[in-house]
Ligand binder design. Structure first.
Ligand code: PRP
Ligand code: URA
Length: 209
């Protein structure tokens, strides 16, 4: 079964509180989301494999470590996932970025796919799917389905805020996928919004209503 990691680093928690605040405007919401994505990327990459190499320092030859293993890919779920991409790329600048466009049908809350473009070397990469919100889990489950269908075998999911329902849905559909979150909230309301959450992530990020 996939593991769930809650990043309780004080900087992540502080910035997330500012993101939640309804008085936080688009500019600050964007900047804070970017910063939290960077901090979460730092945490999520803790277990990346290393190999030993020899490096010539100005003083002598030394044994030192560099990253080994598969290259990384970042997959934002459009729209709101876009807000986390640059923050992750600050730490992993060579990662390829694929996109999947999904929106939730407001009536059924089911995800509707409208765009897919993934890197061509999909089997050779470890993927991090990013989206600020994991609510019913429909969008995350569908994005991961779409990646697997095209050959991806190593996928993690990273979001700012998750509802218990969304976590369960991803665990059930994709037991091989670990989930990384900044906060696990209480529940979903009747409209499928996370409570207390932060409202509509896409609208707050892009200033739309
Ligand atoms: C939001 C959010 C997730 C999805 C989560 O996107 O960014 O993708 O809802 O909900 P779920 O877990 O119930 O699927 P939305 O559908 O509002 O589209 P947008 O990013 O284009 O605003
Ligand atoms: N999508 C959002 O943007 N916010 C929620 O609370 C749930 C889904």
């Amino acid at each position: 079964m996939g593991k769930v990691y809650v990043f309780d680093h004080p900087l992540i928690q502080h910035k997330l509180t500012m993101i939640r605040d309804k008085e936080t405007g688009t500019k600050d919401f964007r900047e804070l989301t970017d910063e939290v994505a960077t901090l979460m990327a730092f945490e999520i990459t803790r277990d990346l494999p290393l190999e030993e190499v020899t490096v010539q320092t100005p003083v002598c030859e030394a044994k030192a470590k560099v990253l080994s293993g598969k290259k990384l890919g970042i997959i934002p779920i459009l729209r709101a996932g876009i807000g986390m991409v640059d923050g992750v790329l600050k730490l992993i600048p060579a990662a390829k970025v694929g996109h999947i466009g999904l929106y939730r049908d407001p009536e059924t809350l089911q995800p509707v796919e409208y765009y897919v473009k993934f890197p061509s070397d999909i089997e050779e990469r470890d993927f991090i799917v990013v989206d600020p919100m994991l609510a019913t889990g429909g969008s995350a489950v569908e994005a991961i389905n779409s990646l697997k269908k095209r050959g991806a075998t190593s996928i993690r999911f990273m979001c700012l805020i998750a509802a218990p329902e969304g976590v369960e849905a991803v665990k059930e559909a994709h037991p091989d996928v670990d989930i990384y979150i900044a906060a696990l909230d209480e529940k979903l309301n009747e409209e499928g919004y996370i409570v207390p959450g932060l409202g509509d992530a896409g609208d707050r990020l892009f200033g739309t209503k």
